[in-house]
Design a protein around this ligand. Sequence first.
Ligand code: UDP
Length: 458
Amino acid sequence: MEERKGRRIIMFPVPFPGHFNPMIQLAGIFHHRGFSVSILHTSHNFPDPSRHPHFTFRAISHKKEGEGEDPPSRSETSGLDLVSFIRVLKQKYAEPFRETLAAEVGGGETVCCLVSDAIWGRSTEDAAKEVGLRRVVLRTGGAASFRAFAAFPLLRDKGYFSILDSRLDDPVIELPPLKVKDLPVIETNDPDELYRIITDMVEGVKSSSGVIWNTFEDLERDQLIDMSSNFHVPFFPIGPFHKHNNDLPPKTKKKDNETINWLDKQEPKSVVYASFGSLADVEEKEFLEIAWGLRNSKQSFLWVVRPGLVRGTEWLDSLPCGFMENVGDKGKIVKWANQLDVLAHPAVGVFWTHCGWNSTVESICEGVPMICTPCFTDQLVNARYIADVWRVGKVLERSMMNKGEIEKVVKSAMIVEGDGMRDRCLAFKEMADKSLGKNGSSSNYLDKLVRHALSFDS
Ligand code: UDP
């Protein structure tokens, strides 16, 4: 831990776990390097400050007299269009954020900069300017997918977004190795709003004073180089965030003993860990195909079924009576798992994932090969890179997710030694570890980032 610098960094995360968690990890990295950290947060997925006693939390309330309620949370509105949800978040919190930021900056300790999630777009730029702050952006996704987001205007002009279903396997010539079906879109009632959110995010990155990436050079060198030549703002690929040694007190970590105890009883590399992140949901029919596919594969499995995963049901309501008894000790279903601990466990052989960026990085950093079933946005790009560029996973397309196919893919993924998938994944794990060591690329970028942040108030 470095000496305190008497300098504060203000952070503004987007309130989804896949965005909030890396922002908190980044806060830990800054804290370790001697900065104080304030986290301004919305009322969605309200964080538990007692788990992070070294940061200051400030709630932003959007409510003014006569303004009505918060937008409903995602879990209260299963099936709510994610695009509409983000639009409401951005609109509701723009002005209250401005006020809370101004109050926080006026609070004493010198503030170096604002670190805001790229999804907030340009609105945070204006708010930061008003109080004389520089704004650095955290992009919680990978560089490869961002490259595709940055190409949205070109892709729209070329008509890629209106290509018919019969041509989904066509290559996107401007963005190899992507195919039309890999473009990072999402089903929405309002495609124009999606376009606005993405272009605002990209413009907000262009006008920032720097971009922090949860990636490392050896994984995404070409994509980072390609983009930095167009963006003209400094890039800081300092990932993997969760592997930085922050010396945080261990008591602040959420424990998950029951799952680890179960894993302890399994053979090395014998377990398929299945989890589809914090936002994706599935139809009841798909859920049952997954259940039977896992069971029929006869592999041991740990499956995270978060409440809300299966549309229209509470939790496991639609599992046939006696299913888990039939599976016995071969399978375990939980509502939540400490994914970092699970992936680091020697019993885990393969991760069946939706390919959210955090899950992708976490799996690569433990050398665990993946089965990729992407659902939307950047997950589609990540899956293509996992399967075809880094070659550390196999794709099981969502449209092919029937029990027979699942059984086949799960069985074949468990025999990964033959095709080198695990070895390549372990090689990336080593590269990730090296990037964080002395003179590693991520360590060097972090030194640069610290100097960059300190330069703002001189
Ligand atoms: N996560 C977890 N336990 C769970 C489900 C998710 O710890 O049961 C964490 C996971 O480790 C990752 C994040 O939640 O850091 C999910 O982010 P990701 O980008 O993979 O997917 P998203 O939820 O944004 O779709």
